[in-house]
Every structure is written in structure tokens, then in C-alpha cells.
Design a protein. Structure first.
Length: 376
């Protein structure tokens, strides 16, 4: 009697499926869930051991991905594996599809967030020691990336649920254009900040010149970049305007080409003129951070014989460069004193005429050289 009742129970129909089918589906679902949880646990243990022994970031990243695989995703996979053989009605099949879309979307969001977080964390650690402002900007960039990622996931989920997303995308496109036009300047500064962060034309602490203004970068924000000028005041540039200008970054200067023009008087003997290029060369070679290029008599000027000295200062420190340049000047001055060579300066020669008593006959002409400062 009991066996007959038991056989009748297993043949009882529930929602279009027999009790035997439902029990089989439950057993398959439970076994699948247990197996998936066991696999995740084993993977976590193995990856933890590997990550503890190596400095490779790939195993750390894989561990985060496994840990971010949530229980609800495993539960849906288990239920789906169990009910595949059941004759589901249309409403139940649609409900299962909706649950699957939501579970898979949420799991993709968790995985994507893990990828974005790992990338941003690595970038921020790299930048924090040398450029705290750009590290802060990278945090803001992370919010934007996550927002775009979530919007894409939402559109894909709605599309899989059967919604007409073309109209939604078109509406978002039109609304986005309107917002972009209204916030054109703000968005320009925002993308300018992203360009500075990614392209790195300068970083915090760099000495730069923008047009006729120059200073040291002390802040890089989402909208503005601020410089501290040599005279002490703060210079504020919008990021979009800053990137449209020509920027000179002195911090990345490795060498300085120095050109010095020295003029001597026309009364200098020819032997001394031939010796002067060697004097100029020796004045440069005394310095280890200077690389001599050339020294020549370059031209006959209006009031001087001009020599041109060219060398390269192999340092980016401005104070060192100026101290070396000063030493070169002083050495040249010392050698010229020993040689008896005089530096030239602008002079003007005036000729005066003296006429006879009648004022018609030229009696005498004297040339008088008058030393006058330039421009007088």
C-alpha cells in the first residue's frame, strides 16, 4: 500500500513537472552549487599560495577575480543546470531568463569593477610618490570609467530582456549632445586634465613656461592647473587653454647650449687675435660639466672684432649653469689682462674741419675719436 502511494507521489504533477523530475532537478542544482563553491575555495587557496611566493601581479589579479565571483551567480548557474530538463511554462521560462540576465549582469559588474580597481590602484601607487595631484585625478577618472561601464551593462541587460534600446540610445545620444554643448567649456577642461594625466607634458614640481609666464607646477586639478611664479604669485590656467598654448618644460632640459659673443678693439695685434680662440677653448675645458663646441673670429663689427664661443653645459641645474658661465667669463677676462687685450665697446669717430680766413679753402683736417656710450 505504501509503495503504491509512493509511486503515485513521484508521478504527481507540479507546475507541469512530476515530483520525480523536480527532485532530480533539486539534486542536480544542489550538487552543482556545491561543486562550484568547492572549485572557488580550491582556486582561492591555490592562488593565495602562489601570490605569497611571487611578486607577479597577475596571480593577485586572478585571485581578486575569483573572490569577486559571488554566491548568487553560482546559485543561478546551479538552478539553471537543474531545471534544464524540466518542461517549464512560458511565464516560468521568462522569469528564469530575467533572473539569469540580472545575475550575469551583476557578476559582470563585479568583475569589471575588480579590473578597474586593480588598474587604478596600480596607477595611483605609481604616481603618488611623485605626483599626488595626478593620483587624485586618476581617482576621478576611475569614477568616469565605472559610470560608462555601468551604462553599457545596463543597455546590454535591457536589450537581452527584450526592450527596444535603440530609442533609448538615441534619446541618450541627443541628451548627451545637449549636455555636451551646455557644458562645453567644463568638459574641455576635464578632458584637458585627462590629457595632462595620460600624456604627461609636465608633472608636479616641473618648471614650465607658458607664453611669457613661467613658474613651478604646484597643482593639477580637474579644471585648472596652478603654477607658482618666481616672483611669488600664483598663476592659474584652465586646462583646455593650457594645452592649446606652447609649453616649455625646463625640468626635462638635459643640456644647455651656450653662445657667447666677445668683442675686442681693432687695435688688437693680429698675433693676439689668432691666440684668442685657444684662450676661449681653454676657459671652457677647465669645467667637467662643459663640453666645448667651437670658438672662432666670427665678424668685423661696427666698433669691435667679434669672437663667438659655443659650448654645451651638461647640467639641467640653472644655478650650476650660471656659476660655470660666470667662471668662464672671469677666466677669459684674466687671460685678456695678461695678453694686454682690451674689450671693445661702442665708439663713434667724429671728423672736424678747419677752414681758412675766407672760409673757402680747406686748411686742415683733424680726425678726433670720441668714445660715446651706445645710443648717444
Amino acid at each position: 500500500m505504501f509503495m503504491l502511494q509512493s509511486a503515485d507521489f513521484w508521478q504527481t504533477t507540479w507546475f507541469g513537472a512530476t515530483s520525480r523530475q523536480l527532485a532530480t532537478a533539486a539534486i542536480v542544482a544542489a550538487a552543482t552549487l556545491a561543486l562550484l563553491l568547492l572549485i572557488r575555495w580550491l582556486l582561492c587557496r591555490q592562488l593565495e599560495r602562489v601570490a605569497a611566493k611571487t611578486s607577479n601581479r597577475a596571480d593577485d589579479f586572478a585571485l581578486q577575480i575569483v573572490r569577486r565571483t559571488h554566491f548568487y551567480f553560482f546559485a543561478f548557474v546551479a538552478v539553471y543546470a537543474g531545471v534544464r530538463a524540466l518542461p517549464l511554462s512560458a511565464p516560468l521560462a521568462y522569469a528564469l531568463r530575467v533572473a539569469g540576465v540580472f545575475a550575469f549582469t551583476l557578476q559582470l559588474a563585479a568583475w569589471g569593477n575588480a579590473v578597474i580597481a586593480a588598474y587604478l590602484s596600480r596607477q595611483i601607487k605609481r604616481r603618488m610618490s611623485r605626483d599626488a595631484a595626478s593620483a587624485t585625478t586618476m581617482t576621478a577618472v576611475g569614477y568616469i570609467i565605472r559610470f560608462v561601464f555601468y551604462v553599457v551593462l545596463l543597455v546590454l541587460a535591457l536589450d537581452n530582456l527584450g526592450f527596444e534600446v535603440r530609442t533609448l540610445v538615441t534619446t541618450l545620444g541627443i541628451g548627451g549632445i545637449a549636455i555636451a554643448l551646455a557644458l562645453q567649456k567644463v568638459l574641455g577642461d576635464l578632458f584637458g586634465s585627462l590629457s595632462i594625466v595620460l600624456d604627461k607634458p609636465f608633472v608636479l614640481g616641473d618648471a614650465i613656461a607658458v607664453g611669457e609666464l613661467s613658474g613651478t607646477v604646484e597643482h593639477i586639478g580637474l579644471k585648472t592647473t596652478r603654477l607658482r611664479s618666481l616672483s611669488g604669485e600664483q598663476l592659474v590656467f584652465s586646462n583646455s587653454d593650457l594645452l592649446e598654448a606652447r609649453i616649455r618644460n625646463f625640468q626635462r632640459l638635459r643640456e644647455r647650449r651656450v653662445v657667447i659673443t666677445i668683442g675686442v678693439t681693432y687695435q688688437t695685434p693680429r698675433a693676439n687675435l689668432a691666440e684668442i680662440p685657444d684662450v676661449l677653448r681653454e676657459a671652457v675645458l677647465q669645467h667637467e660639466q662643459a663640453r666645448f663646441d667651437r670658438a672662432h673670429l666670427s665678424t668685423y663689427g661696427p666698433s669691435s672684432i667679434d669672437f663667438e664661443l659655443v659650448y654645451t653645459a651638461t647640467t639641467n641645474d640653472y644655478a650650476t649653469h650660471m656659476a660655470m658661465k660666470q667662471a668662464v667669463y672671469l677666466e677669459i677676462h684674466r687671460r685678456f689682462e695678461e695678453m694686454g687685450v682690451s674689450f671693445a665697446y661702442p665708439t663713434t669717430t667724429v671728423f672736424l674741419e678747419r677752414s681758412g680766413p675766407s672760409g673757402s679753402a680747406l686748411q686742415d683736417t683733424a680726425g678726433v675719436e670720441v668714445d660715446t656710450p651706445a645710443g648717444r
